[in-house]
Design a protein around this ligand. Structure first.
Ligand SMILES: Cc1cc2nc3c(=O)[nH]c(=O)nc-3n(C[C@H](O)[C@H](O)[C@H](O)COP(=O)(O)OP(=O)(O)OC[C@H]3O[C@@H](n4cnc5c(N)ncnc54)[C@H](O)[C@@H]3O)c2cc1C
Length: 484
């Protein structure tokens, strides 16, 4: 059949623009539901999540974690040749005997990301999804035009679609007076080209990305300065958790400059100079700019097709990922709903379930668990302490420091806590925060409780291993018993 704009279509055709988690997870669902599916991707399958953001950063952090463990093992009685113990030195003294080969680390990071991208492509193709390499744009609501520059040369392929999913992601925000040069002034995507550890890394931005890299490079052995325009690091996270992390950062020798807005970053030979709004300057060998992201939504025919964008350029979507145009859906970072790979993937799946007539529930952000991959990690789900304090949600909050947990003592874990929020009266678990090593794993029982409306007594009555950090989750639930 010949569709709009002269595009040829047969059966239910789904065209996904962008092969990140928002796009490829949707493609898998659409293929499972029997649609004829194409994914248009210009760089590599897996998207920025796999190639430059989630996978590389968490691979680098895996090495940083080992370094942090080694550093703290002195306290547990471990001795290193040439290093010293807690008697004569600080907690990170074995670093004299242990160092990181950043070139080798980054080679591993790049290889792992590439392999993961290949795995995603292979999986899609094995499910019958056609991968179209090139730069795509909407040509009206029912057609995606793809500019291809590989193989036989430049050309354009036009793909008819009953459903289009826009999942084009986002990219680092750049400031006019702090333009990355790819050598010493870097975005987070450019860090993996470094062969040597920066002597002094200035990280501009103390949101999740800035905090994760500041923590990782500090653990790897670099001198790190964290420049934050806000009162504290991680302004979007639980305030108690951010306070713990900032104290840990300072204890580990990181310089944290709060209420310090970076106005300009310039190269000065082999150095960088960061000028703050109040005129102070901070020097470093390298600077990482982590000042947020902007959506990849311009120049791809969205406005022309009638797709409504918000003031920040994000695609406006409803709970089932519909845009303002029938048949056009959007998922992931280009929507600005919540910049997480897990949320992007769920938005994409929901779009396909809705579009292809399967059972579907709208996206529920209260069930999303998230994690900041620092040491300690900070994981959270559901209703926040701030929601309760501001009176947005009635709730009772309990916070249990890990310092009293036997397993934590054995492992030398001093920092962290478990926080639970429950509904007064019913005792339903509404949310929680875990600040601990591997908090990303410990948050799961709380996520299950929030998702399935378990009460604090349900959680408290489940056995936990003794000794274990998860024992503190059950103990926090026990302390909330009076409120159910
Ligand atoms: C440093 C960092 C660490 C992160 N860590 C985590 C984490 O640990 N956990 C987590 O859940 N989230 C994490 N995130 C967030 C996560 O990376 C994003 O939420 C996720 O990538 C969003 O997926 P997406 O599919 O919307 O976009 P992307 O992953 O950005 O994919 C979009 C794809 O679309 C392609 N594209 C764009 N325009 C076109 C076009 N016109 N034609 C063809 N292709 C196009 C791009 O090439 C890209 O491949 C992190 C982000 C950063 C920056």
């Amino acid at each position: 059949m010949v569709g709009q704009n002269g595009c040829v279509s047969e059966g239910q055709r789904v065209v996904v623009l962008g092969g990140g988690p928002g796009g490829y997870e949707a493609a898998l669902v659409a293929a499972q539901l029997g649609a004829d599916v194409m994914v248009v991707e210009r760089d590599g399958l897996g998207g920025a999540a796999v190639l430059t953001d989630v996978v590389p950063s968490k691979t680098l952090i895996a090495t940083a974690e080992v370094m942090a463990l080694v550093g703290e093992s002195v306290e547990l009685g471990v001795r290193f040749p040439g290093g010293s113990g807690p008697d004569g030195a600080g907690e990170r003294e074995p670093a004299g005997a242990v160092s990181v080969d950043l070139g080798a680390v980054n080679r591993r990071v790049r290889a792992l990301a590439r392999a993961q991208s290949d795995d995603v492509q292979a999986r899609l193709e094995s499910e019958g999804v056609r991968v179209v390499r090139g730069e795509g744009r909407l040509d009206g609501p029912g057609c995606v035009a793809v500019a291809q520059s590989d193989g036989a040369g430049a050309g354009e392929e036009r793909l008819a679609a009953d459903t289009v999913l826009v999942a084009t992601g986002s990219r680092p925000r750049e400031l006019a007076d702090a333009m990355p040069d790819g050598e010493r002034i870097l975005t987070w995507k450019q860090l993996y080209g470094l062969d040597e550890l920066p002597e002094r890394l200035v990280v501009v931005g103390s949101g999740v990305t800035g905090a994760e890299f500041a923590n990782a490079y500090n653990a790897l052995g670099a001198d790190v300065v964290l420049v934050s325009s806000r009162d504290r690091v991680l302004p979007g996270e639980d305030a108690d958790a951010a306070e713990v992390l900032e104290a840990v950062f300072r204890r580990r020798g990181m310089q944290v400059l709060s209420r310090s807005r970076a106005q300009q970053v310039k190269r000065a030979g082999d150095a960088v100079v960061v000028t703050l709004a109040d005129g102070r300057t901070v020097e470093g060998s390298h600077c990482l700019m982590a000042v947020g992201s902007i959506p990849n939504t311009e120049g791809i025919g969205l406005a022309e097709a009638g797709v409504r964008l918000g003031p920040s350029g994000h695609v406006e979507v409803d709970g089932v990922s519909r845009t303002s145009v029938r048949g056009v859906y959007a998922a992931g970072d280009c929507t600005g709903v919540l910049p997480l790979a897990s949320v992007a993937a769920m938005q994409g799946r929901i779009a396909m379930w809705h579009s292809l007539g399967d059972a579907v529930s709208p996206l529920d952000l209260r069930r999303v668990s998230s994690n900041v991959f620092t040491a300690p990690e900070i994981a959270a789900v559901g209703v926040s302490h701030a929601d309760v304090e501001a009176g947005r949600v009635p709730g009772v909050v309990v916070k249990l420091p890990l310092a009293t947990n036997a397993r934590a003592k054995m492992q030398g874990v001093r920092d962290g806590f478990v926080k639970l929020v429950c509904a007064p009266g019913s005792g339903w678990v509404l949310g929680g925060v875990v600040v601990a090593p591997r908090a990303s794993e410990l948050i799961f029982p709380i996520t299950v409780a929030v998702t399935h409306r378990l009460t604090v007594d349900d959680v408290a009555q489940a056995f936990t291993v003794y000794p274990s950090l998860s024992g503190s989750v059950a103990e926090a639930a026990r302390q909330l018993h009076a409120h159910d």
